[in-house]
Design a protein around this ligand. Structure first.
Ligand code: NAX
Length: 327
């Protein structure tokens, strides 16, 4: 049987953590033959640590055959020791009335510390996924704080946007989600992201040829996907948790186990593709194989798409300029 791998999760006592840990431990992320050791990080706060203990009691009570070990931590330097995968979920999202500079300063402190800890103690091949918002910029901060690790191993979660877009297209066409291929989401995990179905196919046929409806794209599809997070908060009184955890599982599973040629969306440091400046943590269509990802290059970008890409890029560059003095 396989040797256990180490999976670190931050914000482990939060809502997304509660929807995520049980699925990692049951083998949904890395395969039903891959034992895992969970290295869970929460803030030192007594209430948070106590809540984490409660989640670990429940994990125990599931008697998962693949759960080979479990640890609670309050310091990233111990939580990330030798870790093969790191899911950085805990962060400080923008609260009511919070200034942008304050948000960036708080997360700058969290993600510089976590990037440095990964740099110091994690596996040299650690795969990092940042979920905590602002996800792209937090991933950028962690990457810049870990100069001894491959920059390409730092990624941000755009998969929830990708899955939201897939589901909207399935509803629009009346076709099953699984039949839709080659969707892409470009840019920042924020309402400026650009979900792009120009290359999408359903059972091999072009979605764009099925309904060439620019008004639906611009006035219905993009706003629905972009504002979905806010719609969930409005309906549930809490932000997306199970769907976010599901997207994190999808992202890591595909990165580790491959997509068999299919496109998925990952936020990754730009290699310059599509004129995005190098290192900007940008949502791109990618394929995964052999534990690595490749950006899908050479797609034609029309005027409307370029306008959308420019807008989400400008937002991201603004965020990343706002944290440069911390790095
Ligand atoms: P919760 O507030 O329920 O949980 C966050 C947990 O993180 C808390 O238990 C907190 O104590 C812990 N935490 C905070 N700072 C930490 C640190 N420095 N080290 C370790 N733990 C820390 O939030 P939840 O609903 O779970 O959401 C977590 C993050 O995901 C938020 O930033 C949220 O904005 C973000 N999201 C990102 C999404 C994406 O698609 N990229 C979608 C869903 C979600 O909104």
């Amino acid at each position: 049987s396989k040797k256990p791998v180490r999976v670190a999760v931050t914000g482990a006592a939060g809502q997304i953590g509660y929807a995520l840990l049980f699925r990692i431990a049951s083998g949904e992320m890395l395969g039903k033959d891959q034992p895992v050791i969970l290295q869970l990080l929460e803030i030192p706060d007594e209430k948070a640590q106590k809540a984490l203990k409660g989640v670990m009691m429940e994990l125990d009570d599931c008697a998962f055959p693949l759960l080979a070990g479990m640890e609670a931590h309050s310091d990233p330097m111990t939580a990330f020791k030798d870790t093969d995968y790191a899911l950085l979920v805990g962060s400080r999202p923008r609260g009511p009335g919070m200034e942008r500079a304050e948000l960036l300063a708080i997360n700058g402190a969290i993600f510089t510390a976590q990037g440095k800890a990964l740099n110091a103690v994690a596996s040299r091949n650690v795969k990092v996924l940042v979920v905590g918002n602002p996800a792209n910029t937090n991933a950028y901060i962690a990457m810049k704080s870990a100069p001894d690790l491959p920059a390409r191993n730092f990624t941000a979660m755009l998969r929830l946007d990708h899955n939201r877009a897939l589901s909207q297209l399935a509803a629009k066409t009346g076709q099953p989600v699984a039949s839709i291929k080659n969707l892409a989401v470009w840019g920042n995990h924020s309402p400026t992201m650009y979900a792009d179905y120009r290359f999408a196919t359903i059972d091999g046929a072009s979605v764009k040829d099925m309904f060439n409806d620019h008004a639906w794209n611009k006035d219905v599809f993009l706003p629905t996907v972009g504002k979905r997070g806010a719609a969930i908060i409005e309906a549930r009184g809490l932000s997306s948790a199970a769907s976010a955890a599901n997207a994190a599982i999808d992202h890591m599973r595909d990165w580790a186990l491959g997509t068999g040629g299919a496109w998925v969306t990952m936020g990754v440091p730009s290699n310059g593709a599509y004129g995005i400046p190098k290192e900007v943590m940008f949502g791109y269509p990618v394929t995964c194989s052999g534990g690595d990802y490749q950006i899908v290059e050479g797609l034609p970008i029309d005027a409307f798409s370029q306008e959308c890409i420019n807008k989400t890029l400008a937002e991201l560059q603004g965020e990343q300029d706002g944290v440069r003095h911390l790095l």
